[in-house]
Design a protein around this ligand. Structure first.
Ligand SMILES: [Zn+2]
Length: 348
């Protein structure tokens, strides 16, 4: 296995290949780019190239060391992966790194430290890392992985070589799913468009689960149109807000639907949409929500942001669902709530 398993990042891969060949790769690297484009996978392949004791700047792919770093289950004594404990990567974890990187590698050519996500480094931890980033021992390497390049301290950024991974064109992701995962073409194209070119997300996408959730949300939108929408709001808000993690997924899917609905409002004929298989159904919703579909996209985004600020997720979901009911009824006075809102602090 080699960098050829990396899809659609030609520039980055070419840079890595040639610097490994010339043995001139910067020892401290930042791999950044949106969530789900394959940063971790690339970092592990790179670690393999750095660690393999048989290859000459390139992993042989066959030795026991190489096999131990086969993504995604990579366990090698010279590969250390540092993740947050709790919400942060703490100074003690970095002090351990600073000490361990000085020790000779046990089996490989180099000792590699993966810090992920590096934007969780506390300021103290970042500061403790600076000297080692600048001058790591010749047999050490540090790879920082993050979706938020600019949330790293400038002093960290200036000591590393940064490589940015891009989202892929949807047709490339679809081709990957067809060839590497044997998916049927229609499913592959749909997943590619839903995951917006983030190949790592596409590779682990739980399609049946997504299907089920999307179907339930469409049923919910139908229920919100009925006369008993109030009961539907309460019941669904409770279900959706049951766990914080699920709620984020629910809102992401709802957002995906409403972005499509909003696109279809203004160009029902040819607008490219993510949920391609639902075009007919979404066109009907576009008629129902009309220009208010855009407001709903904003409301869903706003709710997602609110949730990060620790608002009561049940109440926040309830308010959002009442708004959706109101927006869907607006052209149909007499049957709906007409933007009636529940009273909630911060939501006058
Ligand atoms: Zn090897």
């Amino acid at each position: 296995m080699d960098f050829q398993e990396i899809w659609g990042q030609e520039q980055v891969v070419q840079y890595l290949r040639s610097s490994l060949e010339k043995e001139r790769l910067a020892p401290s690297l930042i791999l950044h780019g949106p969530e789900g484009v394959g940063k971790t996978f690339l970092a592990l392949l790179l670690a393999r190239n750095l660690i393999c004791a048989r290859g000459n700047g390139q992993a042989c792919g066959n030795c026991s060391g190489c096999r131990k770093i086969d993504p995604p289950n990579s366990h090698h004594p010279d590969l250390r992966r540092i993740h947050p404990t709790g919400r942060e990567i703490r100074i003690q974890q970095i002090r351990d790194l600073v000490r361990e990187i000085q020790v000779r590698p046990l089996e490989g050519r180099r000792k590699v430290f993966l810090i992920e996500p590096a934007d969780r480094l506390t300021t103290e931890a970042s500061n403790a890392l600076l000297k080692t980033l600048e001058e790591p021992p010749s047999r050490g390497a540090i790879l920082l992985i993050t979706p938020n390049y600019h949330s790293l301290l400038p002093t960290v950024r200036s000591r590393c070589q940064a490589l940015r991974l891009q989202p892929l064109a949807a047709d490339l992701v679809a081709r990957f799913l067809i060839t590497a995962q044997n998916l049927p073409e229609a499913d592959a194209e749909l997943i590619a468009s839903i995951t917006e070119g983030r190949i790592a997300r596409a590779a682990t996408f739980d399609f049946p689960r997504f299907h089920k959730r999307r179907k339930r949300l469409l049923n919910l939108l139908a229920d919100l149109q009925g006369r008993r929408y109030g009961a539907a709001v309460l019941r669904n808000a409770e279900q959706m807000a049951n766990s914080a993690e699920d709620l984020v997924e629910e809102l992401d899917t709802l957002l995906l639907l409403f972005r499509d609905i909003a696109r279809l409002v203004y160009s029902p004929g040819e607008a490219p949409i993510a949920n391609r298989d639902l075009r007919e159904e979404l066109l009907k919703l576009a008629e129902r929500f009309s220009h208010r579909a855009y407001q709903m996209v904003e409301r869903i985004e706003e709710t997602r942001r609110d949730l990060q600020k620790n608002v009561n997720r049940y109440l926040a979901t309830q308010v959002l669902l009442f708004d959706l009911a109101g927006a869907g009824h607006a052209g149909d006075p007499g049957s709906g709530p007409l933007r009636r809102r529940v009273a909630l602090p911060g939501h006058p």
